[in-house]
Design a protein around this ligand. Structure first.
Ligand code: KIV
Length: 271
């Protein structure tokens, strides 16, 4: 690894420096202690305790059902396993949309009860007041534009967002608004690469893309998808780095066979 600047501990300032120096930011989702240790030791810059836990950990179809309590539990586990990465936690659906007071109290609960370093929330103009209030309380906030899965029933599908000029122009404006409201970064999900490039170049804060092309200042993937645990999910933007969906069942089949054949445990594995 040859980074322009080695960071012992990643902070929101480190991410800002990375953008300035042209070093891309790596981010992965993470939901538990053991994986946090592995991912952190592997040099990931940001561990996102995403509300995608609702899908990949709890088996829900959408991110909507996960609660603030459940996000706090996942975040506590991740924080315990992390030394270097910045731990960023999603505010779940229903924990910030009502008003900015509720948003602030949800953000405070996450920071106070988990030891995480920052929060993320979805949306544009409609969440600006909440962002300002949370930032004013000293809590770093990351925005999230484009495909915002908490609004899936409004969109009707997980298709690419902002393909039309009107939505694309609004996204550019809202990204600027998020920056001005004090966000330290913004996730751009499933938007055309050219639009993500335009947004990234127009912002001082880093953009983190998922399905948004190579011009973003960083990239994020859901850990279960990139490790091939979740084999049914095959969007075009996903690169699989491992096929745990095959490796794990094979290892478990070997274990089951060894138990059945009385091959496990052997002498050396016994007291
Ligand atoms: O919850 C999540 O996994 C996310 C990423 C898709 C950015 O928000």
């Amino acid at each position: 690894m040859s980074y322009l600047k080695e960071f012992k501990k990643i902070t929101t300032q480190s991410l800002q420096i990375m953008k300035k120096q042209g070093e891309k930011i790596s981010m992965l989702t993470c939901y538990d202690f053991s994986m946090a240790k592995l991912l952190d030791q592997s040099g990931v810059d940001v561990l996102l305790v995403g509300d995608s836990a609702s899908n990949v950990m709890a088996g829900h179809e959408t991110t909507l059902p996960i609660t603030l309590e459940q996000m706090i539990y996942h975040a506590q586990c991740v924080v315990r396993g992390t030394e270097r990465a910045l731990v960023l936690v999603d505010l779940p659906f229903g924990s910030y949309q009502s008003n900015s007071e509720i948003a602030l109290s949800s953000a405070i609960r996450i920071m106070k009860e988990t030891g995480a370093h920052a929060i993320k929330l979805e949306g544009g103009q409609e969440v600006l007041d909440s962002i300002k209030k949370i930032v004013k309380a000293g809590i770093p906030v990351m925005g999230h534009l484009g495909l915002t899965p908490q609004s899936i029933y409004q969109f009707g599908s997980y298709g690419v967002r902002a393909k039309e000029e009107e939505e694309a122009n609004l996204l550019v404006e809202e990204a600027k608004m998020l920056e001005e409201a004090g966000c330290f970064g913004v996730v751009l999900e499933k938007i055309p690469a050219d639009l993500a490039k335009k947004v990234s170049e127009s912002l001082h804060i880093p953009s983190i893309g998922i399905g948004a092309g190579k011009h973003c200042d960083g990239q994020v993937l859901v850990m279960h998808d990139m490790l091939g645990i979740n084999t049914e999910f095959k969007p075009r933007f996903l690169r699989r780095y491992l096929n745990l969906g095959e490796l794990i069942p094979q290892a478990v089949k070997n274990y089951v066979a060894d138990v059945k054949n009385q091959d496990f445990p052997n002498e050396a594995e016994s007291y």
